[in-house]
Structures are given as structure tokens and as C-alpha cells.
Design a protein around this ligand. Structure first.
Ligand code: C5P
Length: 228
């Protein structure tokens, strides 16, 4: 039996539903939640605030190593509050510009290395649910359960478009699909930690599954692998 806190990794492209599944899983088991994408988003935003060019890899590495970010769970906002240098940026890091900036800085090996230990520190009792692109392949290769959640690009664009409609951004479905494909392309084809399922991951396609169906399948997997 493992003496360390159990770890469940959930990797996959944006819009696959992994954020929602991870939140629900963490609630269900009462475990910690690592939203690793938020770290890359915060770094993208910090670069903008400090006027750091996204092509300046050395400056981004320094920024990543000294990133003053806190993740606070609060009872009222049922998620995690993200605070960068004392300023609440929970909503600010969710813009499309920030998504694209995140995927640019995330393609830099030195930046990923600078953020590695910070992510591993989240693995504490009673357990961790880790949401990202390389959780099962690079950050927690020893994880007890590895899930790779995917869905067709069209379905993921549809989901994102519906979310954006409430925010009145004026983005068309085609634009959302193009952005998703651009980000997929960058995430899957980069040299360091490309998005791909770990060899021992359970691959789930959520295109035709409801959130409840995905959740139940993952809970089954966690129970069967961690109850000993
Ligand atoms: O998951 P989220 O959409 O918030 O992630 C934003 C971007 O951060 C992704 O498009 C990806 O480029 C990057 N990312 C990553 N590795 C992770 C999590 C996110 O490269 N573990």
C-alpha cells in the first residue's frame, strides 16, 4: 500500500470537461485540487503586467520562478480564488487572450521546469486531483489513477461557445473552433511535455457522455485503484 497521499491525474485538451470533473472529484473525495492550467494563465497575465515579451524565454523563466501566486479556496465562491501579487485575478485569467498567452509560455521548457516543484507540492494528505496536460506523464508519473479526457474539437468548441454567449464577447462559433484548434496544435506538437495520454491512462471520450457519466466512470476507477 502506498504511504503517500493518493493522486489522481486528469489530462486532456481544453473543453474536454476536465475542469468540471476535477472540481467534482475533489469535492466528492474531499481532496486538494491542482488547476495547473491556472498557473500558466497567471504567468501569461504576469508577463502582460510586467511588460515581458512572450518571446523572451529567459525573462519568462525568471518570472515563473518568482511568481507570487496564491490559490485560495473560499466557501462562497465554490471554486478556487486566484491571487496574483495580491490582486484577485480569478476572472481575468479566463479571457481568450490569456488562454493563448498561457499556451505560448507553456511551450517553453525552462518555464515548465521552473513551475514543476510548485505543482508537486500540492500532493498532500488526504489526496490530490491534478488537472492539466502533463499531470500523468511528467508532473506525477507515479499517480495512482490517470485519466485522459477528450472530446471532438467541434463538441469542445460548442461547449465553449455556449459559455461565451453568456459573457457577450461577440466571438463566433467558427472563431472559437479556430482558437481551440490553434491551442490543441500548440499543446500537442510542442517539444516539451506535449499533450498526450500516459501509457497507463484510462482514455475517456466525453463527446457523447454527460458530466455525470464521466464522473461515475472516474469515481469507479479511483475507488478500484485506491481502496486497499
Ligand atoms: O487548462 P487550461 O485551459 O487552463 O490551460 C491553459 C494552457 O496552459 C493550455 O492551453 C496549455 O497550453 C497550458 N497547460 C500546460 N500544461 C498543463 C496545464 C496547462 O501546458 N499542465
Amino acid at each position: 500500500m502506498s504511504v503517500q497521499a493518493p493522486i489522481v491525474t486528469v489530462d486532456g485538451p481544453s473543453g474536454s470537461g476536465k475542469g468540471t470533473i476535477c472540481k467534482l472529484l475533489a469535492q466528492r473525495f474531499g481532496w486538494h485540487l491542482l488547476d495547473s492550467g491556472a498557473l500558466y494563465r497567471v504567468l501569461g497575465l504576469a508577463a502582460e503586467h510586467h511588460g515581458v515579451d512572450l518571446a523572451d524565454e529567459d525573462a519568462l523563466e525568471v518570472l515563473a520562478a518568482h511568481l507570487d501566486v496564491q490559490f485560495k479556496s473560499s466557501a462562497e465562491s465554490e471554486g478556487v480564488q486566484v491571487v496574483l501579487e495580491g490582486e484577485e485575478v480569478t476572472a481575468a485569467i479566463r479571457t481568450e487572450t490569456c488562454s493563448q498567452a498561457a499556451s505560448v509560455v507553456a511551450a517553453i521548457g525552462k518555464v515548465r521546469a521552473a513551475l514543476l516543484e510548485r505543482q508537486r507540492a500540492f500532493a498532500e494528505e488526504p489526496g490530490l486531483v491534478a488537472d492539466g496536460r502533463d499531470m500523468g506523464t511528467v508532473v506525477f508519473p507515479q499517480a495512482d489513477v490517470k485519466i485522459f479526457l477528450t472530446a471532438s474539437a467541434e463538441e469542445r468548441a460548442n461547449r465553449r461557445y455556449k459559455q461565451l454567449m453568456h459573457k457577450d464577447t461577440g466571438a463566433s462559433l467558427q472563431q472559437v473552433l479556430d482558437d481551440i484548434k490553434a491551442r490543441d496544435d500548440r499543446d500537442m506538437n510542442r517539444a516539451v511535455a506535449p499533450l498526450k495520454p500516459a501509457k497507463d491512462a484510462l482514455v475517456l471520450d466525453s463527446t457523447v457522455l454527460t458530466i455525470d457519466e464521466v464522473l461515475e466512470r472516474v469515481v469507479q476507477e479511483v475507488n478500484s485503484k485506491t481502496s486497499s
